[in-house]
Ligand binder design. Structure first.
Ligand code: KG4
Ligand code: ZN
Length: 345
């Protein structure tokens, strides 16, 4: 079979609550980019329900891929490869995406790539349209499922410098927002409320601040807020008080992340840049602090546009292109891995 190495690549993402498909030209130009968020399907439950997620991926994926192919003006058989997120993530969604990708790859006679979701986040900053950052660089992955600080030294070469010991940072935002009676997902709502508040009106801990390395911990902060709320007078929490608590929480998280980044930069002095990814990178207070800390170390902070920071399929197709360039395709019996740390690549 002739390999069409300069043909476009299809990427599929279905590891959590976004169904996404994207087609990229071999040089990284985005030819089609579709994302369907399931937030409304899960909102009533206050979090992602795995079985609902898997069914929603199954219902949406085929039509979405066909629409992406039409937009890009390419057919399955004209692709250089078909890639899907194979982990880490929710097993039902991973099976839907990888099963679809493998079936399409067999039918079209093109290679299949099983992509690690974290690697896809890690390599996004190398997209030509984002400036094509050079290795090595520092990645701060700040999402609802992951909080990690990673030295990205090459394709498939990742060194974990630190990670959360308990909650992911987005999870801490969501749980705190829930305690404050804000709707799911709580991050954006909490940031908006924090703008009305005074962070100095509440005293909150800053777990691990100043500690060696760059691990994170947020559960103590969440517990401190639960205790603060338990001590409030009975009845509805006043908006002004809730805003002070939201501001206090955000200030604590911002201090923690800034401190951890400073430590991480000392651990990777030759980093060409600091990249932030994940939904929490949308938070302007956090972004500003991280830019400040990176700037003091003489490094640019690069935050991809939000749609490329949060879960998407462009990053999956791009990771596939980086791997294809090195000839690293996957076997058709490559398994899904609900747990798949970056260092295992
Ligand atoms: O990367 P993402 O879209 O999904 C994964 O978790 O993979 O991240 C979603 C997380 C949620 O926890 C959400 O509350 C948080 O990112 N988030 C924010 C903001 N926007 C989204 N957290 C703080 N401030 C924000 N503006
Ligand atoms: Zn993600």
């Amino acid at each position: 079979m002739e390999r069409k190495d300069d043909a476009p690549v299809l990427g599929i993402e279905s590891s959590c609550d976004e169904t996404a498909a994207a087609i990229l030209a071999a040089d990284g130009r985005i030819l089609a980019e579709l994302v369907l968020s399931q937030i409304e399907d899960h909102a009533a439950f206050g979090g992602v329900v795995p079985e609902i997620a898997a069914r929603a991926h199954l219902a949406a994926l085929d039509a979405m891929v066909r629409q992406a192919l039409r937009q890009a003006g390419v057919e399955f058989a004209g692709l250089a490869a078909i890639a899907a997120t194979a982990g880490p993530g929710l097993i039902g969604g991973l099976l839907v995406g990888t099963g679809y990708a493998k079936g399409a790859a067999i039918a079209a006679g093109v290679p299949y790539l099983a992509i690690n979701h974290l690697e896809a986040h890690a390599l996004t900053a190398r997209l030509p349209r984002l400036g094509g950052v050079e290795f090595p660089y520092l990645l701060l992955l700040l999402s609802g499922g992951h909080s990690q600080c990673v030295a990205v030294e090459g394709v498939g070469r990742y060194r974990l410098l630190g990670a959360t010991l308990d909650d992911a940072v987005g999870e801490a935002f969501d749980k705190t927002a829930k305690l404050l009676g804000l709707p799911y997902p709580g991050g954006p709502a909490l940031e908006a409320l924090a703008r009305e508040g005074n962070a100095n009106a509440v005293k909150l801990p800053r777990p691990l601040l100043g500690r060696e390395g760059c691990d994170f911990s947020f559960s103590g902060l969440k517990t401190a807020i639960a205790q603060l709320l338990a001590a409030e007078p009975p009845g509805a929490l006043h908006r002004a008080r809730a805003a002070d608590i939201a501001a206090g929480f955000q200030a604590s998280v911002t201090d923690i992340l800034g401190d951890r980044l400073a430590h991480a930069l000392a651990m990777l002095p030759d980093a060409s840049a600091v990249i932030v990814a994940g939904g929490v990178a949308a938070n302007l207070a956090i972004r500003a602090r991280l830019a400040d800390v990176a700037g003091k170390a003489g490094k640019p902070l690069i935050a991809p546009p939000l749609r490329l920071c949060t879960d998407n399929a462009v990053m999956v197709a791009w990771a596939a292109i980086e791997r294809l360039r090195l000839g690293r395709v996957s076997a058709l019996n490559a398994p899904c891995k609900p747990r798949w740390p970056l260092e295992a690549l």
